[in-house]
Design a protein around this ligand. Structure first.
Ligand SMILES: Cc1cc2nc3c(=O)[nH]c(=O)nc-3n(C[C@H](O)[C@H](O)[C@H](O)COP(=O)(O)O)c2cc1C
Length: 319
């Protein structure tokens, strides 16, 4: 999620689930082809399985960017056909590509030829005045015939004229049944549902109709929910029993990053919702907000913040 997630966030999330697949925020082909690749694409080995999400619409550029991503070690390349921001519209990629299903199919074909890892597409159910039945069918048929290995569908339209990107994540109504019908039509292709799913209990219900569930805001804002993902969804033990254990496991990574010159706040900014709703959560957040931003802030600021959360409050939390 652009401006929210980064590799530090993914390392943190990976400590809560070994099995969930993590996705990078969208990176444009322009940035990858012409920018500082190590800074943009570098990631920690612990993040696997991790997918690189690309934004673009020129098949040769997407093929090259996908190959670069594969060489960096990503496990999947995902094409963004869902982002509605103006910047993205001007560049002719993101959600506006819902209107150009043949071009999206060509993009997928080019990426499939370039890499041997899975190539997937994340899309909406339609844009503007498109009919979601035919728009999603056409896009899906095109990319599946081009070789796409899975589709992730944000189960609402994007309205490209008049709504901000934030409004486009809330205002167009959710239509989960449209995604279920897509799955029914394509039984052999993994279909993953996304949009407004707030808990693992809700995720489980969707899994009766589709192959996977993608959590965006819930995963970021209430990361503790991820601690239940492996036991609840995969029948495997959680990597750690409590959020305090997660932080203890993260300390060596943070220390190594601080030694490389990373500022503490760049990492701890992802911890805001870690104890959401528990006694001490507010004090934890406030302590980090005040202390982790100080120049030269060290690991002590995080340890002190953690001490403000009562141990009794961090028993394993229900999904
Ligand atoms: C701050 C922010 C940035 C986002 N950036 C991306 C992005 O880079 N790529 C993408 O596919 N979706 C992006 N999204 C959309 C989410 O992936 C997701 O589709 C959307 O929020 C709906 O799912 P949710 O209700 O689980 O959050 C972003 C969402 C937010 C809130």
């Amino acid at each position: 999620m652009m401006d929210w997630t980064d590799r530090h966030c993914r390392v943190f999330h990976r400590l809560m689930s070994r099995r969930a697949r993590l996705y990078t925020e969208m990176l444009t082909t322009g940035a990858i082809l012409h920018g500082d690749r190590n800074r943009l694409l570098g990631f920690d080995a612990s993040e696997h399985p991790v997918a690189l999400q690309l934004g673009g619409s020129a098949p040769p550029d997407l093929a090259t960017a996908a190959r670069i991503g594969e060489d960096f070690g990503y496990d999947e390349i995902n094409l963004n056909v869902g982002c509605p921001s103006d910047r993205v519209k001007d560049g002719r990629f993101g959600a506006c590509l819902m209107a150009e299903p043949m071009l999206v199919a060509d993009c997928v074909k080019a990426m499939k030829r370039a890499v041997s890892i899975p190539v997937t597409v994340k899309c909406r159910i339609g844009i503007d005045d498109q009919d979601p039945e035919s728009a999603l069918d056409e896009l899906a048929r095109g990319v599946i015939e081009a070789g796409a290995d899975a589709l992730i569908v944000h189960a609402r339209k994007a309205w490209l004229n008049g709504l901000s990107p934030k409004e486009n994540r809330d205002i167009p109504p959710l239509d989960y049944h449209r995604v279920y019908r897509l799955k029914a039509a394509w039984s052999g292709v993994p279909i993953i549902i996304n949009g407004g799913i707030g808990s693992l209990a809700e995720a489980k219900q969707h899994l009766g109709f589709v192959d996977g569930v993608m959590l965006g805001r819930a995963a970021y804002q209430e990361p503790w929910r991820l601690l239940s993902a492996d036991p609840e969804l995969f029948g495997e033990p959680a990597p750690h029993a409590t959020m305090k254990d997660v932080f203890a496991a993260m300390l060596p990574y943070i220390e190594a990053e601080l030694a490389r010159g990373t500022r503490l706040h760049s990492i701890t900014r992802h911890f805001v919702g870690a104890f959401h709703g528990l006694p001490g959560a507010r004090a934890f957040r406030r302590h980090l907000a005040e202390n982790a931003v100080k120049p030269g802030a060290g690991i002590g600021a995080l340890c002190d913040a953690m001490a403000l959360v009562e141990d009794s409050a961090v028993a394993p939390i229900a999904a």
